[in-house]
Design a protein. Sequence first.
Length: 403
Amino acid sequence: MIDINGRNPFAKFTYREVNQKLDKTFGMGLGGRVQELKDFKWLDKKQGYDVPLYPQRTVVQFNSTYMELTGRQDRIRGDVTFGSIFFLTIISIGIYYTTASVLLDISKGNTYAIAYVGVITVLLILMAIYLLALLSTELFTYTYLPIRFNRKTRKVYVRQANRKVEVFDWDELKFYMATTYKDGGDVRGITLADDGMTITGMFSLPFVSDLTAKEILGGTQLKQHFEFVRRYMEGDDKQLEEVKSAVRYVHSVHQKRETPLISFQRVILAALDSDENMEYPKQALKLHWTHSAVIIQLWLRYLGRLLSINTSITPKFSPEIEAECQIDPNDPHDLNKYLPEGNLEDSNQPLWKKLAYSIGLILFGIVMLFAFAFFVDIIGSIRGHYPDVVGKLWYLFSFKWLF
């Protein structure tokens, strides 16, 4: 069930920009996804940018040989899972009722109604097949899609969205930033054909700046993330120390899955201000009443992330790649061995605090379950049938069934 060389129907899934030309029609070639051509800006990997270094909680492994980051989709992991399951449930209910209608019309001999309902049923089945295929991009796959930068071989190893591993030569890569998708801007690394115009390969750095922050700051926060990577690959030993000092957290999921509590923390990252340094979550999370509007979205993402992560396996590179990435056992820059400040703070939290977080998650989950039950009861009452799901949940959680 685990894909190795890409999974159908997504085995050929790739960036739309690949095989496009970097000419006047570049924006049009992306299907209008780049909002404006002036939004496109080259980044020079040989020129240092005088900006703070922002890892943005994307570092999985860090040492003097290589640095491994999470993929771009890690920040919204779980959205596809919950969304697909939600719509599959609705479609399943639709198929059930339309099938029942067909059987009823057959008994009545209503030919036109049979044809109409039959078409609807086929459409629902096709939609269900599509959603199942979409669901396969997050279930029974890899817990994350790593991007590994090797300073010594000057190679970049990327497990792409189609699950295949592509190897890039750092010295041949060109980088640009642009608002490429609706959710914000990011930095892309590309390789070009001999004509110097046609894109032959591409990958994204993991950090995504939301549209508002990018518009206000002109992409400064993307440069901060790019400079973090650029300085790691291009810098000397002194600059390597600067890069290391910028990392306060390592997301060590290269050996085992993240815990439910870590999953919740990763989901909360979506609520942080993308113009702030996410290595300092207390400063980056500026609580505002508007955050209440996304509580349900974040909780649903959390449920989807739990299911997605815990049905997937930890990705591994090939033995050949791992042989190129051997770490000195005495490497003083190995942050997975010598944990950075943020990880130490988390690990040194008192037991009562960890228990409080866990109990809080459970209680909030129960509240959300009652909210969903209340919604079901409202829909049922509109249809003239009151299922009293809230009452049944209350009976369950009040332990009345024990007495």
